[in-house]
Design a protein around this ligand. Structure first.
Ligand SMILES: NC(=O)c1ccc[n+]([C@@H]2O[C@H](COP(=O)([O-])OP(=O)(O)OC[C@H]3O[C@@H](n4cnc5c(N)ncnc54)[C@H](O)[C@@H]3O)[C@@H](O)[C@H]2O)c1
Ligand SMILES: O=C(O)C(=O)C[C@@H](O)[C@H](O)[C@H](O)COP(=O)(O)O
Ligand SMILES: [Zn+2]
Length: 365
């Protein structure tokens, strides 16, 4: 079994296991003391329909007390009300600090379960079993947990690390094409901010990726996990370099919120990356050729680079929403741009006027 160990502040904190089935859970859970603790599998309706029986069966072999909490699928459920329902379920089942939560699903399940684990009884253990491409390459790693608050993205949260991330590549085959491509948004981000060779590899392997060739997908997921691991190890609590992972997210989160979550996270990140690449090009930090190549690559993976023509959002609304995201510090936005050397950089000089222009570039009125 391929494994990556993620460190924080110099110490090993958890392993990421790369597998192609759920059977291995039976082997690894005893090392987390599963025989002596209650386990609650947290999932959402769609993923639970497909995978809960198999996962529950594997876990039940090595844990006598398995319960479940299933909520309706979708970003709109990633809020404090669902967290409250989960607290109630845990209290009802007398979960104590020694018990364990298992997040089975995409980023919505992972973020929400992680936040509940961070706060229930001031912290109980949780593990991640990411099932979407986006969750496998990004959200399950690094311990950013949280929920949306009044539609403000990830407004309430905590840095709280899982005890294990268990990847099963085989689940990617049941993911819809649109959800699969949403994950590609974050993957292309990893290439652009950290590794242009990887970005070129992604372009070169487009067909194998889109046809979900298992060996190409496993290389893709593993490489993105390595990139994310390196960034979060250097900066577990986003005091510096970790902000690079927010490339495309400043305008992306604004669009996600203003479109009432009807666009997927990775799609909004793609639009936000187009906008951030546009600013980088306007400032002469990347060439026109590099800029056009980024737009073409996003389009090649069927990701949007602009807002829908019918009823587009207002540029002023987008700019206003960026002011309320988490990357504001003393009135300035930490904006992620692309450098001439071919990686991401943190910039604090992007003005509201430039954000308005970038919003118009992506089609805002
Ligand atoms: N914590 C972080 O570092 C981090 C990083 C990136 C994104 N996020 C968050 O993650 C969320 C997006 O994650 P997501 O794209 O996984 O969304 P999601 O959890 O809503 O899952 C996407 C959809 O795919 C379905 N699905 C998941 N796995 C499946 C499978 N194997 N087969 C069939 N269907 C499956 C789900 O039912 C859902 O409809 C956003 O809330 C975003 O803010 C967090
Ligand atoms: O892990 C990180 O750090 C990231 O920024 C990863 C992003 O893809 C993710 O969407 C994150 O939730 C956005 O950051 P946030 O702090 O604005 O929630
Ligand atoms: Zn993201």
């Amino acid at each position: 079994m391929k494994t990556l160990t993620v460190h924080a502040f110099g110490k090993p904190v958890y392993d990421i296991l790369f597998t192609d089935s759920f059977e291995g859970l039976t082997d690894v859970l005893p090392s987390l003391g599963s025989q002596n603790r209650k386990i609650c599998i947290v999932s959402e309706s769609h993923v639970a329909d497909i995978y809960l029986p198999t996962v529950k069966a594997a876990i039940s072999k090595v844990c006598p007390a398995v319960t479940e909490f299933i909520f309706p699928e979708g970003e709109a459920q990633k809020n404090l009300s669902t967290v409250g329902d989960l607290y109630e379920c845990l209290i009802r089942n007398q979960f104590d600090r020694k018990d364990l939560l298992v997040a089975l699903g995409g980023g919505v399940v992972g973020d929400l379960t992680g936040y509940t684990a961070a706060t229930y009884l001031r912290g109980i253990d949780f593990i991640q079993i990411p099932t979407s491409l986006l969750a496998q390459v990004d959200s399950s790693i690094g311990g950013k947990t949280g929920v949306d608050f009044n539609a403000y993205k990830n407004m309430v949260g905590a840095f709280y690390q899982p005890k294990l991330v268990y990847m099963n590549f085989s689940v990617l085959k049941t993911l819809s094409r649109r959800q699969f491509l949403s994950g590609m948004g974050e993957i292309i981000k990893h290439g652009l901010i950290k590794d242009m060779d990887y970005y070129r590899w992604i372009k070169d392997h487009r067909e194998g990726i889109l046809s979900r060739d298992v060996s190409i997908l496993s290389e893709l997921v593993y490489t993105s996990c390595q990139i994310k691991k390196n960034v979060v190890e250097n900066d577990p609590k986003e005091q510096g370099e970790r902000a690079l992972l927010n490339f495309g997210h400043t305008l992306g989160h604004a669009v996600e919120k203003l479109e009432n979550f009807s666009w997927l996270h990775g799609e909004c990140v793609a639009i936000g990356m187009a906008a951030a690449a546009w600013i980088s090009c306007e400032r002469g930090m990347i060439t026109q050729t590099a800029f056009k190549d980024i737009l073409e690559t996003l389009k090649d993976f069927d990701l949007p680079i602009s807002l829908p023509e019918s009823g587009p959002l207002g540029a002023e609304d987008i700019a206003a929403a960026t002011k309320l995201d988490k990357k504001m510090e003393a009135g300035t936005i930490k904006f992620i741009l692309l450098s001439p050397e071919g990686h991401g950089i943190i910039d604090r000089t992007v003005t509201q006027a430039q954000i308005l222009d970038a919003a118009r570039f992506i089609g805002a009125r």
